[in-house]
Design a protein around this ligand. Structure first.
Ligand code: LLP
Length: 433
C-alpha cells in the first residue's frame, strides 16, 4: 500500500488508521474526509525532534495551516507544541477559537490588508512576516498606535528554482511574494525595518516552493547560503542582527508509488550541517532556524471516500467512473494535474484491471479527480478511496454547483470523531438575502 496507515482487512475492505473505511462511509456517508490524528502528531514530532537535535534551542517548526485549517488541527498543534503559520484573519480567528496561543503564530501573506494587520495585532499574533516595504510601514504604524514593538521577519526571494510545478514555485526573483535579494531591494527593506522604532527585526524568511523533493539537498542548501550571505552582508553594512532564519516549507510527500519518500530528519540534519559551515565561513553566528511544513504534516494523514455512481464506457476511447464529490472537495488535479493513488475500498483485495478516469460530479469536463487509474471494475454504490488528501483539499474546497463540503472525521486510537460536520443546504443558503 502507498502508506503505512493504509491496509486491507479480512473482509477485503480498505483500512485507514486501522479503521474499516466501509464502516466509516456507512456511518458518516460520502463524500467524506478522513484524517489520521495519530499520523499528524507523528509528523509533527518528526520535525520537532529532528529540528531540536540538529539546530538546537530556539529552532522549531511552524505548521503552515493553509494546508488544512479547522479548529481541531490548531488544538492538535497547540498540544504538540508546534508554532503555526497563518495567512488571513480567518485562519487567525480559527486558531484563536481553538485556544491556540497566538504568540506562537507567524502572520504571512503577500497582501495583508490594513484591517488584517490591526486584527492580527489585537489578537497578539507573535510575529509578522512582512512581505514588502509598504506593508512594513502599516505594521509599524499599527504597532505605534498600540505602543508596542512588533517582532518581524522580512520575506525575501532568494532567486531559487525548486523544480516543482509553476503555481507553487515561490522563491524566484519574479514572484508576487517577498522582496528580491538580487535586485538590491532587500537591502532597502532592511534599512527601512531598522529605521522604524516600532519594528523589531528578528530575521529573514524565504519559501522556495512546495512539493519539493530536493533529493540532493541542493535547493534548501542553496536557499540557506543565499539568505545567510545576505544576512552577513546586512550585519556588516547596517549592523542588522539576525536571530531567526525561516526557510519556509515545501518538503514533498508521496502521492503515488513513483514519488520518492523524503527522509525529513536526514534532510534537516544535512541542512543544519550546511548552515553551520556556511555561518563559519561567513563569520556569522548561527541563527535559530525555522521551517514551515504544511503538506508534510497533514497530507498522508488524509484520505477521501466517495461512492461510485455510473460507469460509462466509450468504445475506442475510455471508461469514466463518476463519484459523488469532485473538484469541489479536491481541486488539485484540475489546478495542477496532481497525481493521486485511488483504491476501490470495499473490494480492495480484487485485481485492479479496469482502466478508467475517476471524475467528479461538477458541470465541467476538467472536474477530474484522477485520470487513467486501474481499479477492479466499479459498480454503482462501490466505495472509492483517494489517498494522501490531507493537505490542500478541505482547505481549498468550494461550493461550486452548490455542492456542500464534506465533513472531516478524525481517527485517533481507534475512535472516530467528527471535527467538521457536513455542510447542509441551510448552510449553503445562509448568506443569501
Ligand atoms: N510557508 C509559506 C510561506 C508558504 O507559502 C507555504 C505554502 C508553506 C510554508 C507550506 O508549504 P508546504 O510544506 O505545504 O509545501 N495549493 C497548493 C500548495 C500551495 C502552497 C502554498 N504555500 C497545492 O495544493 O499543491
Amino acid at each position: 500500500m502507498l502508506c503505512s496507515n493504509i491496509g486491507i482487512n479480512e473482509s477485503g475492505h480498505l483500512t485507514f488508521a486501522g479503521e474499516d473505511t466501509v464502516r466509516l462511509a456507512a456511518h458518516y456517508k460520502t463524500p467524506l474526509y478522513l484524517m489520521d490524528e495519530d499520523r499528524i502528531r507523528e509528523n509533527c514530532r518528526v520535525y520537532k525532534t529532528a529540528m531540536a537535535r540538529a539546530f538546537g534551542d530556539g529552532s522549531f517548526p511552524l505548521y503552515a495551516s493553509k494546508a488544512a485549517s479547522f479548529k481541531r488541527i490548531y488544538a492538535i498543534m497547540q498540544d504538540e507544541g508546534m508554532a503555526i503559520d497563518v495567512v488571513s484573519a480567518g485562519e487567525i480567528a480559527t486558531a484563536k477559537r481553538a485556544g491556540f496561543q497566538m504568540e506562537r503564530a507567524f502572520f504571512h501573506g503577500n497582501n495583508k490588508t490594513d484591517a488584517d494587520i490591526s486584527y492580527a495585532m489585537a489578537a497578539n499574533v507573535g510575529y509578522f512576516v512582512a512581505d514588502h516595504e509598504q506593508e512594513l510601514e502599516i505594521i509599524s504604524r499599527e504597532a505605534k498606535s498600540r505602543g508596542i514593538r512588533q517582532k518581524v521577519l522580512l520575506r525575501l526571494t532568494p532567486g531559487i528554482d525548486p523544480h516543482t510545478y509553476e503555481a507553487v514555485a515561490t522563491g524566484k526573483v519574479d514572484s508576487k511574494f517577498g522582496v528580491a535579494i538580487e535586485t538590491g531591494q532587500a537591502e532597502n527593506f532592511v534599512r527601512l525595518a531598522l529605521s522604524l522604532p516600532n519594528i523589531r527585526l528578528m530575521g529573514y524568511h524565504c519559501h522556495v516552493g512546495s512539493q519539493v523533493f530536493d533529493e540532493d539537498g541542493s535547493v534548501y542548501h542553496d536557499a540557506a547560503k543565499i539568505m545567510l550571505t545576505f544576512a552577513a552582508d546586512m550585519k556588516r553594512k547596517l549592523g542588522a542582527d539576525m536571530q531567526l532564519l525561516d526557510l519556509g516549507g515545501g518538503y514533498g510527500v508521496r502521492y503515488t508509488d513513483a514519488d520518492p519518500a523524503v527522509d525529513i530528519a536526514a534532510n534537516i540534519e544535512s541542512l543544519a550541517e550546511a548552515i553551520r559551515s556556511i555561518c563559519c565561513e561567513l563569520g556569522l553566528s548561527v541563527p535559530a532556524v525555522l521551517l514551515e511544513p504544511g503538506r508534510s504534516i497533514v497530507a498522508d494523514a488524509g484520505m477521501t471516500l466517495y461512492t461510485a455512481g455510473s460507469t460509462k464506457s466509450i468504445p475506442g476511447y475510455k471508461n469514466y467512473v463518476s463519484v459523488d464529490g469532485g473538484m469541489t472537495d479536491n481541486p488539485r488535479y484540475a489546478l495542477y494535474g496532481s497525481k493521486y493513488t485511488v483504491y476501490l475500498a470495499n473490494r480492495a483485495g480484487e485485481e485492479a484491471n479496469f482502466r478508467c478516469d475517476v471524475v467528479g460530479r461538477c458541470c465541467e469536463s476538467g472536474d477530474i479527480i484522477q485520470p487513467d487509474v486501474l481499479l477492479p471494475e466499479p459498480k454503482r454504490g462501490d466505495l472509492i478511496a483517494v489517498c494522501t488528501t490531507g493537505a490542500y483539499n478541505y482547505s481549498m474546497a468550494s461550493n461550486y454547483n452548490r455542492i456542500p463540503r464534506p465533513p472531516v472525521v478524525m481517527l485517533k486510537g481507534g475512535k472516530p470523531t467528527l471535527a467538521v460536520r457536513r455542510e447542509t443546504v441551510d448552510d449553503l443558503t445562509a448568506l443569501d438575502m
